[in-house]
Design a protein around this ligand. Structure first.
Ligand code: ADP
Ligand code: MG
Ligand code: MG
Length: 898
């Protein structure tokens, strides 16, 4: 089997469709080669080899690859007219990871591979550029040392062992920048680095180029299972068995002098989605220098450069002298790059994120991929591409990552409050949004505060989990393409980067601005859209949604065949959901209304009553309140259907469990404390979720069902008299036996008749059931004969099908997920394989008895995109989810139908 695929100007085996095999980077390097874009030649070792490596180990896999890799390296030597490890004219290689999805910075890369004390002389002789050659050697020993030989800081407060050596030399030589090192300095660094390696690992730094190459290849394979990559996979739900490809490629050098450089660019603005080419670069630099924030990167376009200078308060002449844009400094390079970005975006029909290097006035493209972007940018870019005719409506919808819409709905700073704030420093607006929180300086401490702002000199891939936990990210170094900025945009998290005025001291845990010292735990706020760092807390408000958002939502209606309803218990939530386009309510949990302070008393009175008469008296108090609730909700839904679920939870949830409140209740109801205590003890259950709840309550206390039905019908009649249309759907919870449903349905219909007779008027309504006990799914045909609709309550159905208590599963589910016993948390992502069978079967059996039976879902899954797609596939009429997930479900429903 072929394990090595070539790419480059002369011979390319792969293309963009082969991401699973070649990884995203490899597939796109091949695609660019096919397009005639200048890519340094190289080859890709497939992701399958990574999986094989995990099975057979290092020696086996080297054996397996040896012949193909040696031939492929010979191919690069031939094209580059150099020889790997040669001491006259050495070929240098880069060894790059690349999984099928982009995981920026999560895995490892080694540059300048193939250098040793002999070949360095060849490099010097061939390039006649001593400084460049030694700078490359220094970088190689440093990268190889950390990636392959595991030279890492000992504790988080410690500096990287190599950076420490660099800093010491800089101090000794009184210089600030890497570019100020002399050849002698660089030589010293190489030997100091090697000494450090020897001291720490006990082995000499490997000088044999082939040993170096295999070491790097294996290190890249290992990085697939490194901590960072594992965390990233977990956060994004990518499986461990994908593996990473390895790309081995001829080096091109951005560190050859003033006519060389390296950079990163985007075809559109990843923060806002504006159609504006942008990016950053550094002269005389290599690899990750731009992303790592070692020096202040410069802007690619003139307009971007001016904007940047304004934020950084740099005068125009200073800007032109010290930070000119690529457009101004190297106009021909810029023009060529501009052409490629245009070509690539048109080719991929999506925003591209590209890496490039200029070696002595020759431009090379090193990577392209669909760029990570904020939720707002995602919507704008998709709708813009549609308008530009680049993509079709269906493609625009498919380009939307439904879950990312969530970001658009998060609060922003209150515009009024912003006028009064104290802006303490200005950074770059790296990722928009508003964040208020307490300062932490270490990623693994972000969880210490409920709202943390992670403040770092710069972030690195190790910080991923903490960045995820933090409300916002602030860095003192690094540009718009720095690690912090890119990752934050991908997460949709507010980020201000490169705030040079901040002095951060990790050891003392302080951030100093001017003469003001901020400690860990101090409150600050970040305005990610402006780059402002603000002292203290700032009030927030709901954002108004852009025109493109509305257009996108409308587009989703055109394709979705399934409706989206909401779960709402109050007029306020109902209204929010309507504004997001909900076409009805799929679940109103009536019990939520009972927890309000004035109602809980009447509810408790009802529960404590020992007689039917006593209960009815208490229920009479509740009736007008329930009726009012329903009027509000029905009115907010403007004639859309509203499913009301009858009382569901076990009664013990409503009684007080603390002595003080029990005493209060006893006094209030003029009964003894003992009576209250007795009742509470009586209601205690071993297994409340399988206990006296759902329709079992309505059957044992029919007066509850009567009162609720009456409240619903009277509310509907009242609105009808005001000319407002309603469509009540009464839903019986937790049915497992047909007779349970029949008895409740009869009670509901009889009560409705009574109310209609009293009022000499009627409203239309339906009576249906939740399918949430496995037995109900099995008996669905018999139940459907009596019921008007089904709604799958997949929270309980999951709980009962797995036999996992929803409230206790936390203890073991995390272990199950870590060990791969389960792929997803079944309470988050509907378990298609198992629970899904019951949903499918229940729907089919139900419809076999009643072909036009209305079927929906009202569990949390109704707002989870992959579950929504499943619901579509089973032929449901609607999904129902919490108000803020309605837009997400609408997009998922459209995607399912495409
Ligand atoms: P990541 O996936 O973390 O972005 P890459 O494999 O893209 O890692 O490598 C990181 C950086 O190393 C690139 O952005 C590029 O600047 C540099 N690099 C990679 N390969 C080469 C090469 N063949 N020549 C010059 N620089 C390279
Ligand atoms: Mg890259
Ligand atoms: Mg339930």
């Amino acid at each position: 089997k072929k394990q090595v695929y070539h790419f480059g100007t002369q011979k390319t085996d792969g293309d963009r469709t082969m991401k699973n095999l070649l990884g995203g980077k490899g597939a796109n390097l091949a695609e660019m080669s096919n397009l005639g874009i200048p890519v340094p030649p190289g080859f890709t070792i497939t992701t399958q080899v990574c999986t094989t490596y995990n099975e057979i180990g290092r020696d086996g896999v080297i054996q397996l690859l040896k012949e193909e890799v040696e031939a492929a390296v010979a191919g690069i030597e031939h094209i580059m007219e150099t020889t790997f490890g040669d001491n006259k004219n050495p070929l240098l290689l880069s060894v790059r990871s690349g999984a099928r999805v982009s995981m920026p910075g999560m895995m490892d890369t080694v540059l300048n591979l193939g250098l040793n004390d002999d070949s360095i002389l060849g490099l010097v002789a061939r390039t006649k550029n001593e400084r460049f050659a030694w700078d490359s050697y220094r970088r190689f020993v440093q990268m190889y040392g950390s990636v392959v030989l595991g030279m890492k800081p000992e504790t988080k407060e410690d500096e990287d062992p190599f950076e420490e050596i660099i800093d010491r030399l800089k101090a000794k030589r009184h210089i600030k920048l890497d570019t100020q090192f002399t050849v002698q300095d660089l030589q010293d660094l190489v030997y100091d680095f090697k000494d450090a390696v020897k001291k720490s690992t006990g082995h000499d730094f490997p000088s044999d180029p082939w040993e170096q190459l295999w070491g790097a290849v294996i290190a890249v394979f290992n990085s697939w299972n490194g901590d960072r990559a594992v965390v990233y996979r977990k956060l994004n739900g990518y499986p461990a068995d994908w593996g990473t490809a390895v790309n081995v490629q001829a080096m091109v050098f951005g560190n050859m002098g003033e006519n060389s450089g390296t950079g990163v660019c985007f075809t559109r603005d990843a923060a806002t989605g504006m159609n504006e080419f942008n990016g950053e670069y550094l002269i005389n630099a290599q690899g990750e220098d731009v992303v790592a924030g070692v020096r202040t990167p410069q802007q690619i376009t003139q307009i971007g450069s001016r904007r940047w200078a304004e934020l950084a308060q740099i005068e125009e002449t200073d800007r032109l002298n010290n930070y000119p844009s690529l457009e101004e400094l190297m106009p021909t390079m810029y023009k060529e790059l501009y052409g490629y970005q245009e070509k690539l975006e048109r080719h991929y029909h999506d925003m591209q994120d590209m890496e490039f290097t200029i070696q002595n006035g020759k431009l090379w493209i090193l990577q392209t991929r669909n760029g990570k972007r904020t939720g707002a940018a995602m919507v704008k870019i998709a709708m813009d591409l549609l308008k530009e005719g680049e993509i079709t409506e269906k493609e625009a919808l498919l380009q939307i990552e439904a879950n990312k819409l969530d970001e658009l709905l998060h609060p922003i700073f209150d515009t009024k409050a912003l006028k009064r704030v104290n802006i303490i420093a200005q950074g770059l607006p790296a990722s928009p949004g508003a964040a208020t929180g307490q300062i932490v300086f270490f990623a693994d401490e972000a969880a210490k505060y409920k709202n943390a702002i992670l403040v770092r000199i710069e972030t690195s891939p190790e910080d991923l989990e903490g960045m995820h936990v933090a409300k916002g990210i602030l860095t003192a170094r690094g540009g718009m393409t720095s690690h912090a900025a890119v990752v934050a945009r991908g997460m949709g998290k507010c980020c201000v980067s490169g705030a040079g005025a901040l002095k951060i001291n990790y050891k003392k845990r302080t951030m100093t601005v001017g003469d003001h010292v901020y400690q860990e735990g101090d409150w600050i706020s970040l305005n990610g859209s402006k780059g402002h760092i603000i002292e203290g807390k700032v009030a927030t408000m709901q954002p108004s949604l852009s025109g493109e958002f509305g257009e996108l939502m409308e587009l989703s209606n055109k394709y979705a065949t399934m409706q989206v309803r909401t779960n709402a218990d109050s007029p306020k939530d109902a209204k929010i959901a309507r504004d997001f386009g909900a076409q009805g309510i799929g679940l109103t949990r009536t019990e939520h209304m009972f927890f309000e302070i004035d109602r809980i008393r009447a509810m408790r009175e009802m529960i404590l009553a020992d007689t039917v008469k006593g209960r009815k008296l208490a229920l009479e108090e509740l009736l007008p309140m329930q009726r009012q609730d329903f009027e509000g909700i029905f009115e907010a839904m403007q004639g859309y259907p509203v499913t009301v679920r009858l009382l569901d939870p076990p009664l013990h949830e409503f009684v007080p469990h603390q002595l003080a409140t029990q005493k209060e209740l006893a006094e209030d109801l003029h009964i003894s404390l003992a009576a209250v205590k007795n009742k509470v003890a009586e209601l205690q259950e071993f297994n409340p979720m399988l206990g006296h709840r759902g329709c079992r309550l309505g059957i044992t206390y029919p007066e509850i069902t009567e009162m609720q039905t009456r409240a619903i019908m009277e509310a509907a009649l009242n609105l009808k008299s005001k000319g407002i249309e309603t469509k009540p759907e009464i839903m019986v919870p937790l049915v497992g036996a047909v007779a349970e449903f029949e008895s409740q349905a009869k009670l509901i219909r009889d009560t409705a008749e009574t109310v209609f007779a009293e009022n000499a008027d009627t409203v239309e309504f339906t009576v249906g059931t939740m399918i949430e006990v496995p037995r109900a799914a099995l008996m669905a045909d018999a139940i459907a004969e009596k019921a008007d609709f089904f709604s799958f309550g997949t929270n309980d159905l999951t709980q009962m099908t797995f036999g996992y208590s929803r409230d206790d599963a936390g203890k073991f589910l995390s272990v199950y997920l870590e060990n791969g016993i389960l792929k997803d948390d079944p309470f988050e992502v509907l378990d298609r394989e198992g629970v899904g069978q019951l949903v499918d079967l229940g729907t089919k059996r139900g419809r076999s008895a009643k072909p036009n039976l209305k079927v929906g879902i009202c569990g949390e899954h109704g707002g989870e995109p992959s579950s929504v797609i499943f619901c579509h596939d089973t032929g449901m009429d609607y999904v129902s989810c919490s108000p803020f997930r309605v837009p997400i479900a609408r997009i998922a429903a459209a995607q399912a139908a495409i």
